[in-house]
Design a protein around this ligand. Structure first.
Ligand code: CA
Length: 231
């Protein structure tokens, strides 16, 4: 049974969401302040976090950054701000989804379910992961990847991109999301510079870099892995 942490200072909304999520078979933890949210996020290891940006003590943005610095837990941001720039800002914070108030609780439950499903495969563990019928293997503990049995010589950024894409094969990652995911690998630069890293990565892993089969471009969307996991 998945556990969702709600960090929201409006008690009524918090309880309403709790009711909806619990009826959907989800265990709910809730916090009314950012500090309480941070403490629960680290002690209770929830499977997903619903985070309001307007909190009384710590800005939700700070809470998101803090959580992201040590955890990959999916975050759905709640906000009263509807501007596009805020939406992008939310994704820059490493949020997985973004819901603008007012919203229907039913819609939020659907979003929670969707994000949980997307992250169901979980983070890569110590065992090497095999994809595309053994075409690609990724060994996170050794920081090694192979294509057609050939060991790849990747830069930390290329490795970070490959790791992010293969964590959820088929899922589309926007450029901003990829930047977020590889930040731990000292990614430098702007959104578009991810494209040049992708280009270099393709040169190393694709049989035909001009006709990529592994790292696919999604028009208007970003990138996704074209292979699925074996087994
Ligand atoms: Ca609030």
């Amino acid at each position: 049974m998945p556990t969702v942490l709600i960090v929201e200072d409006e008690r009524k909304l918090r309880e309403l969401l709790r009711g909806y999520l619990e009826r959907d078979g989800i265990t709910v933890l809730s916090a009314g302040t950012g500090a309480e949210g941070l403490s629960l996020a680290s002690t209770a290891s929830p499977d997903l976090m619903v985070l309001d940006l307007g909190l009384p003590d710590i800005p939700g943005e700070t809470v998101a950054r803090e959580v992201r610095s040590s955890s990959r837990v999916p975050i759905i941001i709640l906000t009263a701000k509807a501007e596009e720039s805020d939406r992008i800002h939310g994704l820059e914070l490493g949020a997985d989804d973004y819901v603008t108030k007012p919203f229907s609780p039913r819609e939020l439950v659907l979003r929670v379910r969707a994000v949980l499903r997307r992250n169901d495969s979980g983070p890569l563990d110590d065992r090497p992961v095999s994809l595309g019928g053994g075409m690609l293997t990724i060994d996170e503990s050794r920081q090694e990847a192979t294509v057609d049995g050939r060991k790849l010589d990747l830069t930390p950024t290329e490795w970070g991109i490959l790791l992010a894409l293969s964590a959820n094969p088929g899922r589309v990652y926007s450029r901003l999301e990829l930047i977020n995911r590889v930040r731990g690998y000292e990614f430098e630069g702007y959104e578009r510079s991810i494209d040049s890293h992708i280009k270099n990565l393709r040169r190393k892993i694709e049989r035909e870099p001009h006709d990529p089969r592994i790292v696919l471009t999604v028009l208007g969307g970003g990138y996704r892995l074209g292979l699925s996991r074996d087994g």
